[in-house]
Write a protein that binds this ligand. Structure first.
Ligand code: HEC
Length: 127
């Protein structure tokens, strides 16, 4: 009986570890950190994309990260509305990669921080 108890304990521990690992990977945060955040005094990658100075490899990585956001569930708001926003962002970023006319204008429109955050990002604790 003792070994059975041990097995159950081990399985529970493994399950907890996996749950934590899943919690840790957040494709939304990955995309935000890579494309929408920069150390103080430096331009965010999203700003560089808008003004056309982002290195192509970075734009492509951004595109991959946005694609990974598509199947995630945002902390709040309507899932379908969130998907529409992310799809628009992906389409605009694809245009930037393909160097289509007006691509950066479309990107600027799609990467509307406030519009997405107000609906889908939870308020910071205490606010
Ligand atoms: C299509 C939706 C969308 C757009 C556009 C968007 N964000 Fe976000 N962002 C989110 C969501 C959802 C979260 C919350 C993620 C979470 O807490 O799991 C978030 C979180 C963040 C965070 C916190 C990341 C962390 O590590 O906790 C930063 C910083 C951020 N966004 C910056 C920006 C900036 C700057 C822009 C505009 C240039 C922007 N975002 C545009 C959806 C978006």
């Amino acid at each position: 009986m003792k070994s059975r108890f041990l097995t159950v304990t081990v399985i529970a521990a493994v399950a907890t570890t996996i749950a934590f690992a899943v919690e840790e990977t957040n494709p939304i945060k990955d995309a935000m950190k890579f494309a929408h955040k920069a150390p103080q005094g430096e331009k965010k990658l999203s700003d560089k994309i808008v003004d056309g100075t982002a290195p192509e490899a970075d734009v492509k990585k951004t595109l991959d990260l946005y694609k990974a956001m598509l199947d995630t569930k945002p902390p709040k708001g309507d899932q379908a509305a969130y998907k529409v926003k992310v799809e628009k962002l992906i389409a605009a970023t694809e245009e930037v990669v393909e160097k289509k006319p007006d691509a950066t204008a479309h990107y600027k429109d799609a990467v509307n921080c406030k519009a997405c955050h107000s609906e889908h990002k939870s308020a910071p604790p205490g606010k």
